[in-house]
Each structure stands twice: as C-alpha cells, then as structure tokens.
Design a protein around this ligand. Structure first.
Ligand SMILES: Cc1cc2nc3c(=O)[nH]c(=O)nc-3n(C[C@H](O)[C@H](O)[C@H](O)COP(=O)(O)OP(=O)(O)OC[C@H]3O[C@@H](n4cnc5c(N)ncnc54)[C@H](O)[C@@H]3O)c2cc1C
Length: 260
C-alpha cells in the first residue's frame, strides 16, 4: 500500500510566541519548529501500517527552507521519500490553497491512503484534510484514534463527544485525519537518521504542480486581518507565592464566591 502523509511544520510547543509587526502572523525569527503533533501521530500510523504489511510512505510538506529539517526527521523515523513544495508563491495560502497544492502532489503520487492531522497546532483550522479529500474525490473520515487495513478497506475508530467511539469503513483510496494521542510516536533512531541522508527530498514549485496564480496570498479567499492577544479581563487577579500558597489562596477565593 502506498501512503501519503501531509506534515506541517509548526512552532515548537515550548516556543515563546510574539505577534509580527504588521499584526498578521507570528514572529518566526529565533523560534524552534517541529512537526505538528497531529501529523506526528499520522506518520506513526502510516509507519505502523507499513511495518505490518509493507508498502511505501511518502511525506509531503508545503513551506519554506526550514521545513527540510522536519522532512529529514520524518525520513529518519522511517518514511521512504519526501516531497517539499518550497515556493514563495505558496506563502499566505488559505486552507483551500494548501489543499490544492497537496491535491496536485497526490494526483502525481496516486496513494492508496492519505493522512493529514485533524488540525494544525498553529492555525487550528481543521479544514485542509476534508478539502483535500473533496478535491481528490475520495472518501474521508476525521479524528481517527485507531485504524486497520483489511481487504482493500480501512477501518477507522473515531472519537465522538462524551467518550463515545464510532467505527467507519472506507474503501481505498481514501483520506483519514488523525487525533493526537492515537499512538506512541517513535523517535528517529541514529540508524534511521543515517539512512535518511540517502533518501530523496523532491523539491517542487507551484508552477511545477500546474498551480501558478491559483494559490498563495493573491488567490486566498480567507485573509488574516489581525492576530492579537486579547486584553486582560478587568477583574483578573494574578495569585502569587509557592504552589501551596497559590492553591490555598485559590480555594479561599472559590469559598468567598460561594462556589465551594
Ligand atoms: C505569513 C503567513 C501568512 C498567512 N496568511 C494566511 C491568510 O491570509 N489566510 C489564511 O487562511 N491562512 C493564512 N496563513 C496560514 C496558512 O497558510 C495555513 O497553513 C492554512 O490556512 C491552513 O491552515 P491550517 O494549517 O490551520 O490547516 P488545518 O486544516 O488545521 O491543518 C490540518 C492538516 O492539514 C495538513 N497541512 C496543513 N498545512 C500544511 C502544509 N503547509 N503542508 C503540509 N500539510 C499541511 C496537516 O496534515 C495538518 O495537520 C498564513 C500563514 C503564514 C505563515
């Protein structure tokens, strides 16, 4: 089975984020990046399917030069090949723009199964996966917490409200978006990292994919107007002291409000 995993590079969970001067995105200089958590789980799910029954795992990412590092990590974990869409023409794409780019790569790759994360840790839009499935005209399901491949179909267990689970079956080719925590993500071993040096990262431009003028900031129908941290609430009070002191003060406040 050929599996395509879409991975987005996002700011590291521990990165201290500031808003950029023009107020439309975060300040990217000087912060560390990593593979989006949901996409790490997607990659692990793909590698487990490959470990069980063979096949090929291709990772795809749209983004600037720094994305190479995340693709190398994915190759070190066990992905076979990578495609990097690296082109300033793609900058400022809205989710549909990103989905169009990924769809063009998918059409060239013809995977049996596609993975995206349920959402990205930075944008949180949760739209790219379903849009990609629609552009490719393949069935999809979201928020997978486990899955298996049997007789040409993919059985997915997905999470619903209140802890309920639902099982759905999709005929391949299909697309699945993954929930975090669905599996224990492996580390890239030293052997894997060394082997990754010989693996290919295929670099593509928007024009290579036949999408010149169709993606990027100019084509985006959704524009980020403003990114900001909301002002602190009027009644906000920051409790200080040791953990025990803060807990004591907090319990006192809750009692004062008659909530305990
Ligand atoms: C400078 C700058 C300007 C921007 N301007 C805009 C704008 O004007 N309008 C706007 O809507 N957005 C803008 N964006 C955000 C942007 O391009 C988002 O990545 C895009 O909108 C998709 O949103 P999301 O990542 O939240 O998608 P989600 O739907 O939350 O992502 C779900 C999954 O899709 C896959 N995926 C998402 N992005 C990628 C990727 N790049 N490569 C591979 N797989 C991916 C991953 O598997 C991910 O888990 C801007 C970003 C930057 C850096």
């Amino acid at each position: 089975m050929k599996i395509m995993v879409c991975i987005k590079q996002v700011p590291h969970q521990d990165a201290r984020l500031d808003v950029k001067g023009d107020g439309t995105w975060i300040q990217e200089e000087g912060i560390k990046f990593e593979i989006n958590q949901y996409d790490q789980n997607a990659l692990e799910a793909a590698l487990q399917l490959k470990d069980a029954s063979g096949g090929e795992v291709v990772v795809v990412s749209v983004g600037p030069e720094r994305v190479t590092q995340s693709l190398r990590t994915a190759l070190g974990m066990g992905a076979d090949r990578a495609v990097h869409v690296k082109d300033p023409e793609a900058d400022g794409s809205d989710p549909l723009g990103i989905a169009k780019i990924l769809a063009a790569v998918a059409k060239a790759e013809s995977p049996d199964l596609l993975f995206t994360g349920f959402m990205s840790d930075d944008g949180n839009i949760a739209a790219v996966g379903p849009m990609l499935a629609a552009l490719l005209d393949v069935p999809h399901t979201t928020t997978a917490v486990s899955l298996k491949h049997e007789n040409g179909s993919i059985q997915v267990e997905r999470e619903l409200e209140g802890g309920a689970l639902e099982v759905v079956e999709l005929k391949t080719p299909c697309l699945v978006t993954t929930q975090t925590g669905m599996n224990q993500v492996r580390y890239a071993s030293l052997k894997g990292i060394m082997a990754a040096k010989k693996k290919t990262i295929d670099v593509k431009t928007v024009a290579d994919l036949g999408l010149a003028g169709q993606v990027g900031a100019g084509a985006a129908k959704v524009k980020i107007e403003k990114l900001y941290l909301p002002a602190k609430g009027q009644g906000a009070e920051i409790l200080s002291g040791s953990v025990d002191e803060v807990v004591g003060k907090l319990v006192g406040k809750i009692k004062e409000l008659g909530l305990l």
